[in-house]
Write a protein that binds this ligand. Sequence first.
Ligand code: GDP
Ligand code: IMO
Ligand code: MG
Length: 421
Amino acid sequence: MVDVILGLQWGDEGKGKIVDYFAKGYDVVARFQGGPNAGHTLFVDGKKMVLHQIPSGIFHENKINLIGNGVVLDPVTLKKECESVAALGVDYKKNLFISQRAHLILPTHRAIDKASETSKGNEKIGSTLKGISPAYMDKTGRNGLRVGDLLDKSFTTQYIRLRLKHQKLLDNFSFSEDISTWEDEFFEGLEFLRELQIVNGEYFINDQMRNGKKILAEGAQGSMLDVDFGTFPFVTSSSTISAGVCTGLGIAPQKINEVYGVTKAYCTRVGSGPFPTELKDETGEQIRQTGNEFGSTTGRPRRCGWIDLVALKFACMINGVTQLIMTKADVLDALQSLQVCDEYIVNGKRQTEVPFQMLRMDIEPVYRKFVGWQTDITGINDYEQLPGKMKEYINYINSSLGVPVKYISNGPGSNQIIVAL
Ligand code: GDP
Ligand code: IMO
Ligand code: MG
């Protein structure tokens, strides 16, 4: 069976830490979508590591880590990442496997991403500029190159052909930056990638399942960034939800068992786009500083706001979430009072559904107020010891979403996690 850990908000919910925590109970950890736009933080022997493409199970000895077909892979970033995990003693040549169907991110994809964002001016998506959208466009447009193509004699010809197509697009954008160093790095990255374990991912993972191995699928980004169900067009270009596990790894839907949904105790978003519960005041700034809410991939300040139960309920529905994991609860420790968004007022009318678009309408959150617990919870490891006011907050979320908060993360450390009763 396959369990899934994925983000329910706009990314950066703490998935890396949670996957690392759960990985010990699994044989395989697999990424099914996204690419180096992800930044998953975890602590290895007290040292901070940020993973972009390698699954967050890589620091566990003898666990298989698979980059699935649904991922778009940048060989340049992958090489750097492999070198940095190797410096911490990881034998990536043994534990890392890559699907031959994963699409490659080319230097020109990064250039097109940059040119496209620049051309959008004030309406830019706030992309991480890692080439994600152009790479997925080439996948659905049936132009892209895949990891398996690398092993074919015609690869260079195919590359040149696609590069010429991209050049026409870049010319249309009047993009004139010299990307030759990106290309040099890319070809070095390809040489590196060729030496890794490139597999037929769908057979590989189904064989693992047949042999009774336990699989953990690791989501990137979050449900509100999903290309279909997120705040389009301010989304990423992949299926970030549990359904993406099937297409991104080649497994059947009935194989999916637990869906662990990760949510912060509040909410953040990096990049542009609608964010109904955003706090543009001192409280927002306090959360940003206390939670160190700066992007793991780009270093940009994250926008902060109250937890949004309308969006969370929607995310639980489309993912079939079976258990919730609440992270960064400790960030709210000092607050005197907290708010929870229960409903939206959309163009003057109350509603509990997420609108199909949130740009050309006026959305006002309806809040319920909670008294803050004003207690340092970072050292607590027993649910019973948590402050009563915090339990009230959690119980309200449980009953409102109809899905239980089973784990509470109370600090970035790998052992700072409390199992709820
Ligand atoms: P991901 O993209 O979902 O893996 O999340 P990121 O790694 O981008 O961002 C989460 C940040 O919060 C990282 O800096 C983590 O070290 C940190 N973090 C994770 N869980 C907790 C927690 O419970 N409390 C605090 N204070 N920090 C946490
Ligand atoms: P993890 O896995 C937070 C956001 C970008 C931008 C939008 C599109 O660490 O949670 P893209 O580069 O995909 O074209 O950007 O999506 N974004 C993320 N925000 N966490 C992420 O990943 C993100 N990956 C992309 O900021 O708004
Ligand atoms: Mg992140």
